[in-house]
Design a protein around this ligand. Sequence first.
Ligand SMILES: [Zn+2]
Length: 344
Amino acid sequence: MRATVMYKAGDVRIEKVPDPKLIEPTDAIISVTRACICGSDLWPYKNMERTDNGRVMGHEAIGIVADVGRDVRTIKRGDLVIMPFAFSDGSCEFCHEGLQTSCVHGGFFGSTEVAGAQAEAVRIPQADGTLFRLDVDKDNELMPSLLTLSDVMGTGHHAAVTAKVGPGKKAAVVGDGAVGLCGVIAAKRLGAEQIILLGRHADRIALAKEFGATDIVSERGDEAVERVHELTGGFGVHSVLECVGLDQSMETAIKIARPGGAVGRVGVPQHGMMPASEPAFYHNVTVSGGPAPVRAYIKELLPDVLEGRIHPGRVLDRTIGLDGVPDGYRAMNEREAIKVMVQP
Ligand SMILES: [Zn+2]
């Protein structure tokens, strides 16, 4: 089959690789109908060291089950399924608590250990716990929005949940990438009364406003902090959704939280130390978040997608075939596209 292989920063190729095979009896194989490129794929695209064997990329997909191992019970051939970015057994104590990204038998697609989904097919470990079966046609027009439930919409929702967004609260979203935009949808959905987007790209700002952002702050650093305070009566917001992962964005996130507020971070941290320890301490700011258990959130978010109350698929503003993937990375890296959908 053909798959996307990254060898080093900036070096993404479409290559023939061996077809995925069932390894464990709990595995399934899906034939990928939709995948996408993630903002987090841009970190290795910028920084990855050279490897000889490369890494098969991609952790978001919808596909049709092509084969199942002998211990797979709930998933069968022909099912149309969402593949969350992490696999999980669905039965350990963390899965029961709804934290599938800490599953004791879990892991992540598109990592160095498990091949990714920017490919014609992908092996799914722990198929019963991982895959979510959809009862829609594979060409349903809602497919882009359904695809976002594999990562970005669930991740934006996680940022909102861990930032304790609720009815009447003031929220801010740091970052105008696909996750930040989904964070705006999530904050609105959970009842935030004011939603401030910190971002500076005109096309993304326009979409954020349609999704429910009430204010835009395009300044950075201390100026951004000052601006958010001006917009919130001097105190800052109750809930901050940190959707970038850089030192500066995290520092801003903590500084715009009002005393007693919360920061939910979902941007993959690019540094080992957490900044702004002192303002976080003196303002009693809760800092939470991490890899979103999107598998747990699909059930909650799916009716809103199917019944047209939210349209997260709008963040996918470009569609390409597998051959277009290397250019898709370039386009996202250069901010020419918000998020790219791949139809292998
Ligand atoms: Zn588990």
